[in-house]
Write a protein that binds this ligand. Sequence first.
Ligand code: BEZ
Length: 211
Amino acid sequence: MATLRLGDEAPNFIAQTTEGEIDFHQWLGEGWGVFFSHPADYTPVCTTELGATAKLKEAFSTRNVKVAALSVDSLESHKGWVSDINDTQNTQVDFPIIADEDKKVSALYDMIHPNADDKLTVRSVFIIGPDKKIKLMITYPASTGRNFNEILRVIDSLQLTAYQKVATPVNWNQGEDCVILPSISNEEADKLFPKGYKEVRPYLRLTPQPN
Ligand code: BEZ
C-alpha cells in the first residue's frame, strides 16, 4: 500500500484492544479520532505518554475526540502495563490500546520505520476527521516523548478551520487572533468577520477568533 498522506481515508481495520475488539471506523463513529503508536509496553517514555493521555480524557471528550493507542505487544502485556501506568502516573487509562502482534495495523499506517527500528513502531500520530480523512500526521522517534497539549492545540485549529474561513498562525492557541484565508476578498471579509480585521499586508489580515 502507498504511504498515507493528508486527505487520504484512514484505513479501516478490526483489532483486539484493551477495551475489546473494535472495528476502527465504527468505533470512531461521527466524531474525531487520535490514533497513535508507541514503541513498546513497559518502557519509561511510553508510560508517561499514555498516562498523560489518560489525564486529558476530559479535554479530548469535550472536543468530541476518541483516542486509541497501538504497539506490537500482546493484549496480555497491554493489560498488565495499564495497571502499571495507572499506578505510576496516578490515572485511569480507559482508551483502547491495540495489540498489533502481527503488525497488520502498523503496516497499514506505516508505523514501523525499519531504518529507525525494524521491529517496533515509532511514535506516529494521526488525527482523523469525522469524514474519516487524515487531517494530521506527525512522527517522533522513540527517544522523544510527544507533547499531547500540542495535539489538543492542533485539534482546536482543525476544528476551527473546518468551519471558518481562517487559518491559525504560529504558536496559535484557542482564543487568539487568526489569519483570514488569502482566497477571501476584503469585501467578503467585511461580511464574514464582523469583529473586524487588521490588514498588516494585503496577504496578512488578522481577525479575532471568529467562533
Ligand atoms: C521509552 O518509551 O522509554 C522508550 C521506548 C523505546 C526506546 C526508547 C525509549
